[in-house]
Write a protein that binds this ligand. Structure first.
Ligand code: 13P
Ligand code: SF4
Length: 319
């Protein structure tokens, strides 16, 4: 591995440009597309063909013609893309880029939970492993969690692994009894209520918009709650000019690009997902050049996980 793959970390403009040129060339040669989650670094967003939230990216991979997809995000996202597109080569540039919340529930723990609540359907947040998806009844993302839970006829529903997203759904769906799991997103949970109050005081005109992975102590102050794509839509349509962004700070770069004239503030320096920030231009170039690291799911697990994802996609209005 040559040193130049990592020079972009120095934020050196000359090398950043050189890496971008290299990535564009490799992308053509390998007939690849690059897709990136809204939380990725600005320079990674700049080389991406498609940006989006978890759900948009899963669906986008199915629609692209390319056989090779470089997925700039975390492991469960690339795995989801691979489950939906077994004939495409899905590459995760940094193999260590994971999601701590997804690791908070395992197949063994899920089986134990199901044994405690026999017959109760399991809704599984897409931030989970393929094995956990395979053992669940239906998946959801933050943009369709309410619709998915509501689509079930059962009064009682197990929701894994995010207790904050689960509690938010419970607050909206009074006719359901939701069994929660003790999982959480470390990026959203470490922000304090005080930080939100201080930001509101500093920017009194700003609307506070928050991701449902935030705990209730933050959500109670939100003017809008939604997934990263929900936030994009809300801000585009809003007449307001200033916004405090209650989610990972990578969002702010995309919001600034697509909403000139509007101002965005992060209320906390803790809103950084270390795993999302692992992907750099250097790793993308390395990934394309060496066709690594391919994410694949054993066929038996893939088929079962696919059922949970298909069931989720059937709930969605066709876009
Ligand atoms: P969305 O992009 O679906 O809003 O999810 C946020 C997230 O934390 C992904 O890991
Ligand atoms: Fe996981 Fe939270 Fe990072 Fe999303 S922001 S990948 S939920 S740790």
């Amino acid at each position: 591995m040559t040193k130049d793959y990592f020079l972009d970390m120095d934020n050196n403009k000359k090398y950043t440009q050189a890496l971008k040129t290299k990535i564009a060339k490799l992308k053509r040669e390998k007939k690849a597309v690059i897709i990136a989650h809204n939380y990725e670094r600005p320079e990674v967003q700049q080389v991406a063909d498609i940006l989006g939230d978890s759900l948009e990216l899963s669906r986008a991979v199915t629609k692209v013609n390319a056989k090779v997809v470089v997925f700039c995000g975390v492991h469960f996202m690339a795995e989801t893309a691979s489950i939906l597109n077994p004939n495409k080569k899905i590459l995760l540039p940094v193999k260590e880029a994971g999601c701590p919340m997804a690791d908070m529930i395992t197949l063994v723990k899920l089986k134990q939970l199901k044994a405690k609540y026999p017959g109760v359907p399991v809704v599984c947040y897409v931030n989970s492993s393929a094995q956990v998806k395979a053992e669940s009844d239906v998946c959801c993302t933050s943009s369709n969690a309410l619709e998915v839970v509501n689509s079930l006829s059962d009064g009682e529903v197990i929701f894994i692994p995010d207790k904050n997203l689960g509690s938010y759904i419970q607050s909206k769906l009074k006719n359901k009894q939701i069994v929660l799991w003790e999982g959480f997103c470390p990026t959203h949970i470490r922000v304090s209520e005080e930080e939100i109050m201080q930001a509101k005081k500093k920017y009194p005109q700003a609307k506070f918009i928050a991701h449902p992975e935030c705990p209730q102590r933050l959500l109670q102050h939100a003017d809008y709650i939604g997934s990263t794509s929900g936030m994009m839509r809300y801000i585009k349509e809003s007449k307001d000019k200033e916004f405090i962004i209650g989610t990972e700070s990578g969002m702010i770069y995309r919001l600034e690009q697509e909403n000139p004239g509007k101002k965005f503030y992060s209320p906390s320096e803790h809103f950084i997902c270390a795993d999302m920030k692992l992907t750099t231009l250097g790793w993308i170039a390395y990934s394309l050049e060496n066709m690594v690291y391919e994410v694949k799911v054993p066929e038996q697990t893939r088929k079962k996980a696919r059922k949970s994802l298909d069931r989720m996609l059937a709930v969605l209005p066709k876009k």
